[in-house]
Write a protein that binds this ligand. Structure first.
Ligand code: AMP
Length: 476
């Protein structure tokens, strides 16, 4: 029933202009800036002479959209694009977005970041009412709900508000029709979504780094529960969903997922990471010769630790840029080998030195165990591991790829036990209080650390989620 993994980290982008512009090449550039949010598939939809055209494929943006293709893409007024994050077992073109729907009432293309927690219930109701569904993924349900409401209301914005008021979970969405671009952020604002401007073109993106890539100006973040509708005449209207302005911004965006040069809901991702590093020093001041960040995820926090402690920061590893993510490989041997190919220590730097080693997280513990071993083999005298997040103990139902609860090392060992397991001289995790302190005025979703989620999750969804999560590969 649920062949798609319920994990949608993903990145979205949309652009609209009163004049025909290179909307497809601009979208491709923006998606390249969002590539870290998803490497499995990429897609862009646009309207040519009122007809919906969509190209999507497996692989990186540059693989799906060749420079030849982009050179000959016609100028258009509206486009939406998507990059999808890969999790083991879900690599197929069926899951690539944007999802297109062509209907006599409305043709639309929709790109979605986040995870819907009541989609299985809605899917069952749709099927029972005689609807034939073409895919197994959540996003098709959104398209159907919008079209159904469009038939009843005849007005797109109202149809979207009505449809979205039925949807629960995390969703940052961009929708293109032939003359409109509509951005939607769920009432908790789990996932980021910002608005920008380039001349008279308006755009929406998962992260501000995509606006920067186009030389566009940041206008503002889309508010939790807000729908912003822009048309080709330059009109912009906003609407609110029910229950808006609750809060649950995903803390993991700041810990790992977002690019450090992005600013989300007014918080600089880089500054947040730097502050986490400073806090790690304040929590447990430790003397050492060098502070080293695990590239790239630990670098900003290492900078903060170095500033707070006065201990110089040096690179301990060289990262091979040509290797993909080790995290998502299906078995432990492959994951360990991938870490070896990806990171290599600089012996001349670490030999006989006491090292503070900083990474953003420990999930199964593969990475930290491996890299500490590497540092010791390279002659490091002491390795003190510092983690710029609290221990992961719970699954994320809203779109972040956290492993099975059983595979999370923090559910099997206490801090001393993990320290021994990874072979460190000492281990310290960022406290929950210090994580929240990156923005005291923001209410974050901290569910993966506390098990306390901003939204109740139905037992039916939990079961489907667990079944799907169990397909993920063997335990690590
Ligand atoms: P592990 O090796 O299983 O302990 O995973 C920890 C490593 O994976 C850290 O270096 C993180 O930077 C990285 N990581 C943590 N969460 C994720 C995620 N959701 N997607 C990709 N990489 C991750």
């Amino acid at each position: 029933m649920f062949t798609d993994k319920p994990k949608e980290e993903c990145g979205v982008f949309g652009i609209i202009s009163p004049r025909a512009i290179p909307a497809v090449p601009l979208s491709a550039s923006a998606l390249m800036a969002l590539q870290h949010r998803g490497e499995e598939s990429a897609g862009i939809a646009t309207f040519v002479d009122g007809n919906l055209k969509c190209k999507k494929g497996m692989g990186l943006v540059s693989e799906v959209f060749s420079s030849d293709y982009l050179e000959y893409a016609p100028n258009t007024k509206v486009a939406v694009g998507h990059v999808r994050y890969s999790t083991t077992g879900s690599c197929n073109i069926e899951n690539a977005q944007p999802i297109e729907t062509v209907h006599s009432k409305i043709s639309l293309a929709l790109a979605h970041n986040g995870n819907l927690t009541n989609s299985a219930i809605i899917r069952r109701e749709l099927v029972q009412s005689g609807m034939v569904l073409h895919t197994t993924n959540d996003t098709e349900i959104l398209n159907i709900m919008i079209v159904r409401n469009m038939i009843q209301t005849g007005e797109l914005e109202r149809a979207i508000v009505n449809a979205m008021n039925f949807i629960e979970g995390a969703f940052s969405i961009v929708i293109a029709t032939k003359d409109k671009l509509i951005a939607v952020r769920d009432p908790n604002g789990f996932k980021p979504l910002c608005m920008g401007k380039l001349g008279d073109a308006v755009m929406f993106a998962s992260e501000t780094c995509a606006l920067d890539a186009l030389g566009a100006e940041f206008v503002r973040d889309v508010k939790p529960g807000e729908i912003v509708s822009c048309d080709t005449k330059g009109n912009i209207n906003t609407f609110m969903l029910n229950n808006a302005a609750r809060s649950g911004l995903c803390a993991f965006e700041f810990i790992y997922f977002a690019r450090p040069d992005s600013v989300i809901d007014g918080i600089s991702v880089y500054k947040a990471r730097e502050q986490m590093g400073k806090a790690l020093y304040m929590q447990k001041p430790t003397d050492a010769d060098y502070v080293c960040g695990v590239p790239d995820s630990g670098l900003a926090a290492a900078q903060g630790y170095s500033q707070a402690s006065g201990i110089p920061m040096v690179p301990a590893f060289v990262k091979n840029k040509y290797v993909g993510r080790s995290f998502i490989l299906p078995d432990q041997v492959k994951r360990e080998n991938a870490v070896n190919v990806k990171l290599n220590p600089i012996r001349s730097t670490v030999k006989d030195k006491r090292i503070i080693l900083i990474d953003d997280s420990i999930v199964r513990s593969t990475t930290s165990t491996r890299i500490i071993k590497m540092l010791r083999r390279a002659g490091a005298k002491e390795v003190h591991m510092r983690i710029s997040s609290p221990p992961f103990r719970y699954e994320c139902y809203f779109g972040t790829d956290i492993d099975n609860r059983d595979n999370l090392v923090a559910n099997h060992y206490d801090i001393d036990g993990i320290c021994k397991l990874i072979g460190a001289d000492s281990l310290e995790y960022l406290s929950l209080e210090n994580l929240k302190a990156i923005s005291p005025t923001t209410t974050f979703c901290l569910g993966c650390f506390t098990g306390d989620y901003p939204l109740p999750v139905t037992p039916m969804f939990k079961n489907l989620f667990d079944e799907s999560n169990n397909d993920r590969g063997e335990n690590g």
